[in-house]
Design a protein around this ligand. Structure first.
Ligand SMILES: Nc1ncnc2c1ncn2[C@@H]1O[C@H](COP(=O)(O)OP(=O)(O)OP(=O)(O)O)[C@@H](O)[C@H]1O
Ligand SMILES: [Mg+2]
Length: 235
């Protein structure tokens, strides 16, 4: 589905991603783990076309993304739920979902929104509520739901469970597993490393802009180094 080859991203003089390569196969759930500032969000932003790469290449279904706009990446089946529950707080739930379907015709968007709502009963009940008044968990559900309106083949999620109560975290991970069950290819970045390794097929470990380790998620979950660095006693 996605092949990333030696990409580099810099913010001015600061190199945030220093030549990393990885791939996500069709139907796979791949997670990128790593400490704060490792370059995970930057990598996802680059894949979505929100920050420019200064070297390397990215291929989606064999096609280079180099000159493809964000909108056209959505057209290729990609969808992104960025870090920090970025919902439009002054808009209603329904209006936020419509914003996820701007690349679709009105009729198709309406049908997709109905389908997505069916999976999120709370959002259905609150469709006319101003999103800024939703709870944190509900806003996160909305951010994920909005990314699903385009019916993506390839879903990119950045820290979907950040700051949520444990029960809601479990719900978010249930939704992720369910989506995978439907055949959606997923690239997941999460600070909840034990849960993300439990749900993923494969994982990449990032440190200071580089990939330092990769493998099957189950193997990494048992790796003593991963355990010491990232799972600790909280894992
Ligand atoms: N817009 C920006 N301008 C300048 N530097 C940035 C910008 N965004 C990120 N950086 C820097 O790039 C590096 C990687 O940041 P990034 O947000 O990709 O890390 P991350 O792995 O997602 O971290 P976290 O787990 O905290 O979300 C950091 O050193 C960060 O300070
Ligand atoms: Mg981040």
């Amino acid at each position: 589905m996605l092949v990333v080859q030696d990409i580099e991203v810099s913010y001015g003089a600061v190199a945030a991603v220093k030549g990393i390569s990885f791939n996500v196969g069709k139907g796979e759930l791949v997670t990128i783990i790593g400490a704060n500032g490792a370059g995970k969000s930057t990598t996802l932003n680059a894949i979505m076309g929100l920050v420019p790469i200064t070297a390397g290449d990215m291929l989606m279904k064999g096609q280079t993304l180099t000159r493809v706009s964000v909108e056209n990446r959505v057209g290729l089946g990609m969808s992104y739920s960025p870090e920090g529950r970025r919902v439009f707080k002054s808009l209603s739930v329904l209006e936020n979902l419509k914003a996820g379907g701007t690349t679709l015709s009105k009729d198709v968007a309406a049908e997709r929104i109905d389908r997505v709502m069916a999976h999120f009963p709370t959002l259905q009940e609150r469709r006319d509520q101003v999103s800024g008044t939703l709870s944190g968990g509900e806003q996160q559900m909305l951010a994920i739901a909005r990314a699903l309106v385009s019916d993506p083949e390839f879903l990119i999620l950045d820290e979907p469970s950040l700051g949520l109560a444990p029960k809601i975290v479990s719900q978010v991970f249930e939704i992720i597993s369910e989506l995978r069950g439907y055949g959606v290819t997923i690239l997941l970045v999460e600070q909840n490393i034990s849960k993300s390794l439990a749900v993923a097929d494969r994982a990449y470990v990032m440190e200071l802009g580089l990939i330092v380790k990769s493998g099957f998620a189950a193997e990494l979950a048992d790796d003593p180094e991963i355990h010491d660095s990232y799972l600790g006693t909280a894992g």
